[in-house]
Design a protein around this ligand. Structure first.
Ligand SMILES: [Zn+2]
Length: 236
């Protein structure tokens, strides 16, 4: 770690380095992903890659420590009704999602993190609602730690991004954070894109760009940072 770093990655730190960052910014970022089929054009880990990238950008701005991504999600496209994408997803039970989230939150709070930012890159339901409910339940106990649970589209205007699966929004973010994992040429050029064939829910991903991904990410960081600044006043 660089001396006096404002932020870092949890798994890379020695104890004194964790304490040095937490002295000023006791904020933990917990990126939550999925291993889920995202069509022919995107990687299986898109949700987690996206959440991790956004968490690192947030930590650079606000300080704190980014945990490794939790690649554990329920309610994946592999079990959606009306589509047939059984392969290339690893789906966990809702029970396990709840337990994992509870154990992360309890232990991070015990280790004196005052703000926990839980960013879910996966928007399947009730997976996302389970995470939101655990945060609400924890926050109602009014401890010294606050859990800010969100999905990126919660705080991004609709003209830039809405909840989607491997559509233009997610694909642009993937291009921004790791463009070599994307293959837009694998999509057909002679027909419309559909959920049933291409596993895309939302607007056509073919015009996706790294530049749009950058704009979405910057907007997210700006809006989430406002909330984190308010939380810092209350909890730090
Ligand atoms: Zn996704």
């Amino acid at each position: 770690m660089i001396d006096n770093a404002k932020w870092a990655k949890y798994e890379t730190l020695r104890p004194t380095e964790i304490e040095s960052i937490c002295k000023k910014n006791p904020i933990a970022y917990l990126p939550w992903g999925a291993l889920e089929y995202h069509g022919s054009h995107n990687p299986i880990g898109l949700d987690g890659i996206k959440a991790y990238g956004l968490c690192c950008d947030l930590a650079k701005q606000n300080g704190g420590i980014v945990l490794p991504t939790v690649f554990q999600a329920a309610n994946l496209i592999s079990s959606y009704q009306g589509v047939d994408f059984k392969k290339h997803s690893i789906e966990f039970s809702e029970k396990l999602i709840k337990l994992t989230a509870e154990e992360y939150i309890e232990q991070l709070a015990k280790q004196d993190f005052k703000i926990i930012v839980l960013l879910s890159g996966h928007a399947g339901e009730p997976h996302l609602q389970i995470l939101r409910d655990i945060a609400d339940y924890y926050n109602k106990k009014k401890t010294a730690t606050y859990v800010y649970a969100l999905a990126e589209f919660d705080i991004i205007p609709d003209h830039l991004l809405v909840a989607n699966h491997s559509a233009i929004g997610e694909t642009s973010l993937q291009l921004y954070y790791q463009s070599d994992f994307v293959d837009l040429d694998s999509l057909p050029k002679d027909r419309d894109i559909s959920l049933e064939i291409d596993a895309v829910y939302g607007d056509d991903p073919r015009p996706a760009t790294k530049e749009l991904g950058a704009e979405i990410a910057e907007t997210f960081v700006k809006n989430a940072s406002k909330e984190i600044s308010e939380l810092k006043k209350r909890y730090l």
